[in-house]
Design a protein around this ligand. Structure first.
Ligand code: FAD
Length: 352
């Protein structure tokens, strides 16, 4: 059976909900298809000690402030999940859960969205599938020789299962620093980063990051030179658990090793470290496999965009996905603006 909607939004995490908010405001009939059973997108799956890098008010979607979490300046992931569940309810967003989108095809003046529970036809599609389902692991020699456990950020749940073990954490971003800080007190930790860790000043958090990202977007929009945005400030927000571990002298970063061995890791000078587990905090890629048949990917594997719109498919918009559709567009506070722009462009498309 094929169902119809003005717009199909694929993905019901924060980006999909922000899209729904703006589509609803413009009176555009839509449905939000989400693969998972519960609200909250990727926030449902992160480790317990994860803290947002901004206070609640600076982690808000359009229309509704995130409430302050009792006793915490920087909310945890469970708080974000309840905020998103409440947001969805409050704005009566039409989310259908347990609907996995496998492919999107052109179908005359419509797009056909194939799910594991039937097809949808729509005049436009907004894709907001995030990056969590596409963890990235670098190809390091010896990865298949290592006899210990290897996992990515997406599989890390907390320090309990590693107590007393020798653990190598790879990655100098926020995930690497937070997971290293989480593991440091109870494991024999080796933290490796490609370059020395760059902490933001302790009084800088996501608020300043958002300001830097906004300044960058304005500069780029105005044709001025790139301000460097967030990257110019540093890589790691010193949220309280990271600051505490760093100040206790528990976070020493080693340079990146050159290979894995059966027993651990080895650096270029022949130094080795034995390990029971390696945790790869090495980032993500956009989850866009469902567009394979549209053949939109350019030479670097990215779908080219003009704002949020796919350059070669005017009925398709992308939301979230790192900086793909603008600085900070994959953050809670940053996704509102591109979501509004996408909804407005779609309103024009449907009106014409
Ligand atoms: P997701 O939350 O991943 O939601 C996508 C949804 O789409 C999911 O429910 C998924 O199941 C569904 N989906 C995927 N593929 C399909 C498909 N084919 N069919 C149907 N459904 C599908 N941002 C901040 O603002 N503050 C922070 O402090 C912060 N910390 C972060 C820490 C970490 C470790 C990470 C990884 C990111 C962090 N971010 C932070 C960035 C960002 O806010 C999150 O990545 C956020 O989850 C992105 O939301 P999203 O809606 O774009 O994607």
């Amino acid at each position: 059976m094929t169902r119809h909607a003005g717009v199909v939004v694929i993905g019901g995490g924060q980006s999909g909900l922000a899209a729904g908010y703006h589509l609803r405001r413009l009176g555009i009939e839509h449905v939000i298809l989400d693969a998972q059973a519960g609200a909250g997108g990727a926030w449902q799956h992160t480790w317990d000690s994860l803290r947002l890098f901004s206070p609640a008010a600076y982690s808000s979607l359009p229309g509704r402030f995130m409430p302050v979490q009792d006793g915490e300046v920087y909310p945890d992931a469970a708080h974000v999940v309840s905020y998103l569940a409440d947001y969805e309810k409050r704005y009566e967003l039409p989310v259908q859960r347990g609907a996995w989108v496998g492919a999107v095809h052109r179908d005359g003046d419509h797009l056909r969205v194939e799910t594991d529970s039937g097809d949808w036809r729509a005049r436009a599609v907004i894709s907001a599938t995030g990056t969590w389902t596409r963890p990235f692991l670098p190809s390091v020699p010896g990865r298949h020789e290592f006899r210990g456990r290897q996992l990515h950020t997406v599989q890390y749940l907390g320090p309990a299962e590693f107590a007393g073990q020798r653990v190598v954490v790879v990655g100098g971003g926020n995930s690497g620093a937070q997971i290293a800080a989480d593991l440091a007190p109870s494991t024999e930790l080796t933290w490796v980063t490609q370059r020395p860790p760059r902490y933001l000043a302790d009084d800088i958090d996501g608020r300043a990051l958002f300001d830097a990202a906004t300044a960058r977007r304005k500069a780029l929009d105005a044709g001025s030179s790139d301000t460097g945005g967030v990257a110019s400030l540093g890589d790691i927000v010193a949220v309280p658990p990271v600051r505490a571990a760093r100040d206790a002298g528990l976070l020493h970063a080693e340079p990146m090793f050159t290979r894995l061995t059966a027993a651990g890791v080895e650096w270029a000078d022949g130094t080795t470290a034995e390990a029971d587990a390696v945790v790869w905090c090495t980032g993500f890629r956009p989850a866009l496999a469902h567009f394979a048949s549209l053949r939109l990917r350019g030479t670097r594997g990215h779908i080219a965009t003009v704002g949020t719109r796919a350059a070669d498919e005017p009925r398709l918009h992308l939301l979230g996905y790192g900086d793909l559709t603008g600085p900070a567009s994959a953050t809670l506070i940053g996704v509102g603006r591109p979501a509004r722009d996408a909804a407005r462009e779609i309103a024009n498309l449907l009106g014409s």
